[in-house]
Design a protein around this ligand. Structure first.
Ligand SMILES: *Cc1c(COP(=O)(O)O)cnc(C)c1O
Length: 377
């Protein structure tokens, strides 16, 4: 059996080596390392793929979130509502900009921000909601956009984990996750669904004025060379990373399908087991692109299962072991434990199994057999 890995970038690269290498070679031959034609090409390619008016490439996903918030002109003291159960980058940039993070619980069904919790957290100071499309599954954007409209709030989508996922609306239309709110942010960290071979990120928006503002912010606040109109940052996607992404973007749908296929096989093996809640696969709408495949383990020792799998050479991980509201950096006396029943439960139950584009049937069977073996002991 091929060696099991949480993410197998090497096997993926082996299959696309010629295209990727040729694309990188072009950058080297033309030595256009910064803002080369590859970056502009990638911007156009991604705008077309996402069906969005503006893509602004930048250095990483955390910058993308920060720049999106700067672009909206959020001010110190403005309250920004986001999910308690996610990677820290989201809340980190809110705090860095001296905005006030307001962490709220998620819902059990899709582990994404709870609509009820958002409604309860809104105050006169609330300015924005940051839904995270966690583990590759689109949050309920229809409900979130409705609340935002009623309360005149911005919506910033953290789409670092769900590029290519669709959001379905009740009128039957579909849109890509990340382009529904005022602005979206993504990451091209190597292990993400669309990963480059270093750091990378992008911001998306359909708002022409906001796109213009953001293009200046990423470039030291310059709209005209050496005229600094606003305080900006230096955040660029370099041409070599753009070249890798130009080679990989045409494969994104295929890659997401491969992840969904692996997820379908995992879930088929686990379905109905008394100790497992496996993610469902929606055949109709591609709302989940499985950045991670995360099980909930009920009435069994999740940590012992993890040790058992690691002992058999099966990588696995806990995303995320500690709720953000309990992290030292983000403690806030306004939070009460009973605001976060779902996150507090999930951190004890979740376990992520290997998920990538190169999983084969033999590997999947070994993994599912091992999980069942432990639970049925
Ligand atoms: C990866 C990730 C980020 C940050 O992306 P970087 O490119 O590593 O800065 C932000 N939010 C979420 C949910 C992520 O998974």
């Amino acid at each position: 059996m091929k060696k099991l890995q949480m993410v197998d970038l090497k096997s993926q690269y082996d299959k696309i080596k010629d295209t990727v290498n040729a694309s990188i070679q072009e950058v080297l031959d033309t030595n256009t390392y910064i803002n080369g034609p590859q970056v502009h090409q990638f911007q156009k390619n991604l705008e077309e793929y996402l069906d969005v008016k503006h893509v602004i490439p930048c250095a990483n996903g955390t910058d993308a979130l920060q720049i999106a918030m700067m672009g909206l002109g959020l001010k110190p003291g403005d309250e920004v509502i986001t999910a308690d159960f996610t990677f820290a980058a989201t809340v980190e940039v809110i705090a860095l900009l001296q905005l006030t993070p307001v962490l709220v619980d998620v819902n059990m069904f899709n582990m994404n921000i709870s609509i009820e919790a958002i409604k309860k957290a809104i105050t006169p100071k609330t300015k924005a909601i940051v839904p995270v499309h966690l583990f590759g599954r689109a949050a309920n954007m229809e409900a979130i956009m409705q609340i935002a409209k009623e309360h005149n709030l911005y919506v910033i989508e953290d789409n670092a984990q769900a590029i290519g996922a669709n959001c379905k609306f009740s009128d039957g239309t579909k849109k890509k996750a990340g382009v529904i709110g005022n602005v979206g942010a993504t990451s091209f960290f190597p292990s993400k669904n669309l990963g480059c071979y270093g750091d990378g990120g992008a911001i998306f928006t359909n708002d022409d004025a906001l796109a213009h503002t953001i293009r200046g912010i990423v470039n030291h606040g310059m709209y005209e060379r050496y005229h600094h109109d606003v305080v900006g940052v230096n955040s660029r996607l370099d041409s070599i990373q753009a070249a890798v992404l130009n080679a990989k973007l045409p494969l994104l749908d295929e890659y997401n399908k491969a992840r969904q296929n692996a997820a379908r096989k995992y879930t088929a093996a686990f379905e109905g087991h008394k100790n497992i809640i496996a993610p469902s696969i929606c055949e109709m709408c591609d709302c989940h692109v499985f950045h991670q495949y995360v099980l909930r383990i009920l009435d069994a020792d999740r940590d012992a299962l993890m040790q058992y799998l690691l002992g058999k050479g099966i990588p696995c991980a806990i995303y995320y072991p500690i709720p953000l509201h309990s992290q030292k950096a983000y403690l806030d006396s306004r939070y009460k434990e009973d605001h976060f029943p779902v996150t507090n439960q999930l951190v004890k139950e979740v376990i992520a199994l290997p998920m990538h584009t190169e999983l084969d049937d033999e590997q999947i069977k070994f993994i599912t057999d091992s999980v069942l073996e432990f639970l049925n002991k």
